[in-house]
Design a protein around this ligand. Structure first.
Ligand SMILES: Nc1ncnc2c1ncn2[C@@H]1O[C@H](COP(=O)(O)OP(=O)(O)OP(=O)(O)O)[C@@H](O)[C@H]1O
Length: 309
């Protein structure tokens, strides 16, 4: 089996590089001696994946966090979001901070499962999200993701966490530590929300998330009940409350998923969403800041496959 092993040495702020010898030993055991391709800069995994695809490789092991997996996946897709080669398979090996795709696949709970899946002939489909928004430089962004698109407060927490070198070294708890300070300094803003072509109004919101997986943010149950292969995306929005109430009555329930019962938290499901605001509002895709509103998210059902056991 020809396999491309793409390793982001910078994932978990360098922790992935420290873990690489142990990871390589596990991969070697199952796949035979593997030749790692180390990423040298943000975006490099996409080029490495694309080049390997051109050499006939169809199995891609992405060693890093969700950013690495996302960049690798983007190298396997046509601009339309279809796989360039339908038999391409992606196998995430968790070595980043949050590793949410690996968590959703159950790899964090079972030792060795990510390595076994990397060598297994079995695969399962995953829905893809197409995200279009304004890029950081104002130019349009058109990207694909598989976890959660967050806008507003949640995107700002993610962005500020990724900027903090020492915090990210702490792993998934980093997001939690960053949350109170960012929340207390954040202003709700009017955001218009359209679901499946139907305007649902403009509301004063702290944050909105649209996602494929129920987990996100380092082990939180952000979108309880979301399934990554059902062809539908789940939405959650929160607003019309004080910052203190967000901190004391909503955020503490994110790990259990009980926040969805809060009267100021609204949930919905759909296949396409549009958001806009007059106030600059950050957009985060799969843990990486990709731009700002206006934003359009659409689902591409079962668009790619991951290795499974
Ligand atoms: N050689 C490199 N030097 C610096 N940054 C890199 C390099 N290669 C890739 N990157 C960038 O590292 C960033 C972080 O990677 P990744 O998301 O995989 O890890 P993480 O943030 O620790 O984990 P998670 O996203 O699961 O929380 C990505 O934005 C990626 O573009």
């Amino acid at each position: 089996m020809r396999v491309a092993v793409i390793v982001n040495p910078a994932a978990r702020k360098g922790g992935a590089l420290a873990r690489w010898p142990a990871i390589q030993a596990e991969l070697d055991k199952r796949l035979g001696p593997v030749e790692p391709m180390f990423t040298e800069a943000p975006g490099h995994a996409t080029h490495l994946a694309l080049n390997a695809l051109a050499r006939g490789v169809r199995r891609f092991v992405a060693v890093g966090g969700d950013g690495t997996v996302n960049e690798t996946l983007n190298g396997l897709l046509e601009p339309s979001g279809r796989l360039i080669y339908p038999d391409a398979v992606l196998c995430p090996v968790p070595a980043g901070t949050a590793n949410e795709l690996s968590r959703a696949l159950g790899h964090l709970a079972v030792a060795g499962s990510a390595f076994d899946a990397a060598a297994s002939p079995l695969t399962r489909p995953i829905d893809l999200m197409r995200v279009r928004c304004a890029g950081p430089d104002g130019r349009p962004v058109d990207r694909f993701g598989y976890l959660i698109v967050a806008l507003g407060l949640a995107a700002t927490i993610s962005h500020r966490t990724s900027q903090s070198r020492w915090l990210k070294k702490l792993g998934e708890v980093a997001y939690l530590l960053m949350t109170p300070g960012v929340t207390l300094g954040y202003r709700q803003r009017d955001i218009s929300v359209e679901i499946d072509g139907v305007p649902t109004g403009t509301r004063r919101l702290f944050t909105v998330m649209v996602g494929n997986t129920e987990n996100g943010g380092g082990g939180m149950k952000l979108l309880p009940g979301a399934r990554f292969d059902d062809g539908v995306l789940d939405l959650i929005e929160a607003g019309g409350v004080s910052r203190l109430e967000v901190l004391t009555t909503i955020l503490p329930k994110l790990y259990s998923g009980a926040h969805v019962h809060h009267p100021k938290v609204r949930t919905a499901r759909g296949t396409s969403f549009r958001f806009a605001s007059d106030v600059e509002t950050l957009v985060d895709l799969d843990g990486e800041m990709v731009g700002r509103l206006p934003l359009e998210v659409t689902v591409l059902p079962q668009a790619f496959r991951v290795g499974t056991v």
